[in-house]
Design a protein. Structure first.
Length: 82
C-alpha cells in the first residue's frame, strides 16, 4: 500500500476534514481515504468535445445551414497624419 503526505493544506480545509471525520467516528486519514475513494469511483464525465456534443444535438433536427457573408480583402490602413 502507498503512503502519501499532502503538505500545505490550508487550516480551514484541515478543520473541515477533522470535523467530518469526528462526525463519522473515524480518523482524518480514514476520512480522507473515503473521500478519495468516493471521488475516484466514478468514471470522469467527458469523452466528446464541445463541438461534438453540440453537433450530436443539432444533426437529428436536420442541422443548420448558415450563409457566410463574403469576405473582403485586407483594407489599406488609415493614414491619420493627414
Amino acid at each position: 500500500m502507498t503512503a502519501m503526505t499532502i503538505p500545505d493544506i490550508d487550516e480551514q480545509l484541515e478543520t473541515r476534514l477533522r470535523k467530518l471525520a469526528a462526525q463519522h467516528g473515524r480518523s482524518m486519514e480514514d476520512e480522507a481515504r473515503d473521500i478519495l475513494r468516493a471521488a475516484l469511483s466514478t468514471e470522469p464525465v467527458g469523452g466528446k468535445s464541445l463541438v461534438d456534443s453540440i453537433r450530436s444535438r443539432i444533426v437529428p433536427l436536420g442541422g443548420v445551414d448558415l450563409e457566410l457573408p463574403p469576405r473582403d480583402g485586407i483594407r489599406e490602413p488609415k493614414d491619420f497624419e493627414e
